[in-house]
Design a protein. Structure first.
Length: 278
C-alpha cells in the first residue's frame, strides 16, 4: 500500500513538472504589458466592465501573449484598457518621479494654473493662475492668483503647443501676461521670467486661518495634497484651532488631487475629534 502511494505521488509530481515546462513564457519585450494588464485585472475599479480585462484572457497563455503584443507601446496599451469614464488613471515610466510627486516633490517654478480655450471655436489657449507655491521662484515675482497669461517666450499658446511650451524639459521660460480691456483679453506687455527647481518640495498647506463670525469661530484650511510626511503640520494646525475654540471648519480641497491614504485618514480623524490625542 505504501509503494502504491509513492507511485501515485510520483505520477502527480511528474504531471505538475510537465505542465510547468509547457507553460508559455512571456517574452522579455512584453513584461511591461503583462504587468499593466495584470495590475488592472487585479485592482482596477472598472475591471468587470472592460471586456479585455476579463479573467478568461489568461486561460490560453499563448493567446494572451498575442493579445498584449498587439500594441507595442505600453502607454497606448494602458490607455486602450482604460474605461471611458475613467478620468484619473495614468501610467508613469519613472517610479522615482512618481514617489517624489506623492511626497510633494517635483520640478516646479511655483505657478499652479488652469488652461482654458480662449473661445469656443479656436485653438488658442489661455492660462489662469490658481495659486503660487510658498518658497518657490514665483513667490516674489510679478504674478499672483487670478492673473492670466496667453503666451510663453513670446509664442501664443495653442492646443497644439501648450504641452511642449509649459511642460517640456526647459527649466526656464517667460510667461506673457494679459488682461481684459473693453471686454477683450489682450496682452499687456508684462513678461514674467520663471525658473523651475527640479526637486522643489511643496507645502500642501496652502493657507489656514481662523475667521470670527457672529456664531463663534470658524477654522479655514486649504490643503492641496495628502502627503504622509506632513502629518505633524496638520497636528499643529488643529492644535491651534482647538486653542482658539474653533467650533466649525471649512476644508478647502478644490485643488487637492489626492496622495497618501494614510494622511487622508489622519486628517479625517482630526476633524471628527474621535481621538483625544489629535
Amino acid at each position: 500500500m505504501r509503494d502504491f502511494f509513492r507511485i501515485i505521488c510520483l505520477i502527480i509530481l511528474t504531471y505538475i513538472c510537465t505542465s510547468c515546462s509547457k507553460e508559455y513564457e512571456i517574452p522579455q519585450n512584453l513584461v511591461i504589458h503583462d504587468f499593466v494588464w495584470k495590475g488592472l485585472n487585479e485592482f482596477y475599479y472598472w475591471q468587470e466592465e472592460v471586456t479585455d480585462l476579463a479573467d478568461s484572457k489568461v486561460e490560453d497563455a499563448k493567446a494572451y501573449a498575442q493579445f498584449i503584443s498587439e500594441n507595442s507601446d505600453p502607454e497606448a496599451f494602458f490607455d486602450f484598457l482604460n474605461h471611458p469614464d475613467d478620468r484619473f488613471s495614468w501610467i508613469q515610466d519613472d517610479y522615482l518621479e512618481l514617489e517624489n510627486s506623492l511626497q510633494g516633490i517635483f520640478a516646479s517654478n511655483g505657478v499652479e494654473f488652469s488652461l482654458l480655450y480662449a473661445c469656443s471655436n479656436c485653438v488658442e489657449v489661455i492660462g489662469v493662475v490658481k495659486y503660487i507655491l510658498e518658497g518657490s521662484d514665483a513667490e516674489n515675482k510679478n504674478i499672483k492668483r487670478g492673473d492670466v497669461f496667453i503666451g510663453v517666450n513670446g509664442t501664443t499658446l495653442t492646443a497644439n503647443n501648450y504641452r511642449s511650451l509649459l511642460f517640456g524639459d526647459a527649466l526656464t521660460y517667460s510667461l506673457n501676461m494679459a488682461e481684459i480691456q473693453n471686454g477683450t483679453l489682450t496682452g499687456n506687455g508684462v513678461v514674467v521670467e520663471l525658473t523651475k527647481e527640479e526637486n522643489f518640495e511643496t507645502n500642501p498647506v496652502q493657507l489656514y486661518k481662523t475667521i470670527d463670525v457672529d456664531a463663534g469661530k470658524v477654522g479655514y484650511l486649504m490643503y492641496n495634497q495628502f502627503v504622509a510626511s506632513k502629518s505633524s503640520n496638520l497636528n499643529q494646525i488643529f492644535a491651534e484651532f482647538k486653542s482658539q475654540n474653533v467650533t466649525d471648519l471649512i476644508l478647502d480641497l478644490r485643488y487637492n488631487g489626492g496622495g497618501s491614504v494614510r494622511n487622508c485618514v489622519e486628517l479625517a480623524s482630526m476633524i471628527t475629534g474621535q481621538f483625544s490625542n489629535q
